[in-house]
Write a protein that binds this ligand. Structure first.
Ligand SMILES: *Cc1c(COP(=O)(O)O)cnc(C)c1O
Length: 369
């Protein structure tokens, strides 16, 4: 009899379920024999405007260098980020997506016998990164779908080394304000690393969300994680970054792959960061699309969770799986979130006006039938 290589995996890994991404457009097109151009994908919180033309130009200019290794220190991008956020360059760590940053933290600071605290309904990568290194994942019950920061503080014990906070959170879109973050940071034991995941912070322009970077100077145990995948429209390239104390950055650098961000990604991220018009348009498109979807849900008599991201969780008050299937059969891809403990919800990314309209139209018909 051959060995059971699942049973041989470390116990935390045996208990993991793989991350379930949004269904790719080409996959649904193959399954339904549809023209991919007719499919609307609002499933992965991608920027519906397409990439910044400046990012595309930067990639093209870089193509002749493909035989060379990328700059493993990401000199230009790190300096640009340091300047933009008024921090020292040795406070910046680049990642292959901010997902990489979360894994670097887990690898450097978690191990069997230690734990990480995060909220129920929070981003699926927190338990994956935690259990992958044999540490315990402590999910704390949410309050009104959002982080219960008091309960999270209470869940911290002597074995806790990391707390993951998402602001706004994915998939709920919930957020917490500056005073709540300040109170939390003032009470967290100083040896606990607080990872503040701000993957959607560029969309939060109304001032209700704190700028995590402003808390760094007074909190050496804080790490702010951000990405070029969402508002900057470069999800395919995988670029994210952490801003934290130089001490923690030095530790992350020790476990990082030497060339974790590729040269096309570095070039495109630099260009995207400089393309202020693209960011302004992305924000405007998102704000308008959010209103459009909210109005559409209201007209359909549906509830939703108010969101500060580029997505919204809508509640059908019953199992949402058949609704998702019906949408798929009409070429609309959104995200079921039963795996996040929200089986009556679907998460819908904000699309272009036309995509949102098509989605609402099909949804209306699905709900009537
Ligand atoms: C999308 C997302 C990320 C990271 O995505 P990357 O593409 O790896 O940068 C991180 N955190 C949350 C909460 C997200 O939704």
């Amino acid at each position: 009899m051959s060995c059971d290589f699942l049973a041989l995996a470390q116990p935390g890994v045996q208990k993991l379920s793989p991350y379930v991404p949004g269904k790719p457009v080409d996959e649904l097109a193959r399954e339904l024999d549809l023209d991919p151009a007719t499919i609307v994908k609002l499933a992965s919180n991608e920027n519906p405007l397409g990439p910044s033309p400046k990012a595309i130009a930067a990639i093209k200019a870089q193509l002749d260098e493909l035989t060379r290794y990328p700059d493993g220190n990401g000199f230009v991008l790190k300096h640009k980020l340091a300047e933009r956020y008024d921090v020292d360059v040795d406070q910046v760590t680049l990642g292959n997506g901010s997902n990489d940053i979360l894994e670097l933290v887990a690898r450097a600071y978690l191990a069997p016998g230690l734990n990480a605290v995060f909220s129920e309904h929070a981003f699926a990568v927190y338990p994956i990164a935690t259990q992958a290194v044999g540490a315990q994942a402590k999910a704390v019950p949410a309050r009104q779908w959002g982080h219960d920061l008091d309960a999270m503080l209470a869940a911290i014990d002597e074995r806790t080394r990391v707390v993951f906070l998402a602001n706004p959170n994915n998939p709920t879109g919930t957020w917490f304000a500056a005073d709540a973050l300040g109170t939390f940071l003032a009470s967290v034991p100083e040896q606990v690393l607080v990872v503040l995941d701000e993957a959607y912070i560029e969309y939060a322009t109304g001032g209700e969300l704190p700028d995590g970077v402003a808390f760094l100077a007074s909190h050496p145990n804080l790490l702010v994680s951000r990405t070029f995948s969402k508002a900057y429209g470069l999800a395919a390239l995988r670029v994210g970054y952490a801003i934290c104390s130089p001490r923690i950055a030095d530790v992350l650098n020790r476990v990082r792959q030497p060339f974790n961000v590729n040269s096309l990604a570095l070039a495109a991220a630099c260009a995207a960061l400089d393309d202020e018009r693209y960011l302004t348009e992305s924000r405007a498109c998102n704000a308008a699309g959010m209103l459009q979807l909210e109005a559409g849900f209201k007209a359909l008599g549906l509830d939703w969770i108010p969101s500060r991201g580029n997505f919204i969780a809508v509640d059908f008050g019953r199992d949402a799986a058949p609704i998702n299937q019906a949408l798929l059969s009409q070429g609309i891809i959104v995200r079921p979130i039963a795996g996040y403990g929200m089986p009556t919800f679907l998460r819908v990314s904000i699309g272009t006006e036309a995509e949102n309209a098509r989605f609402l139209d099909v949804l209306g018909k699905v709900l009537q039938s």
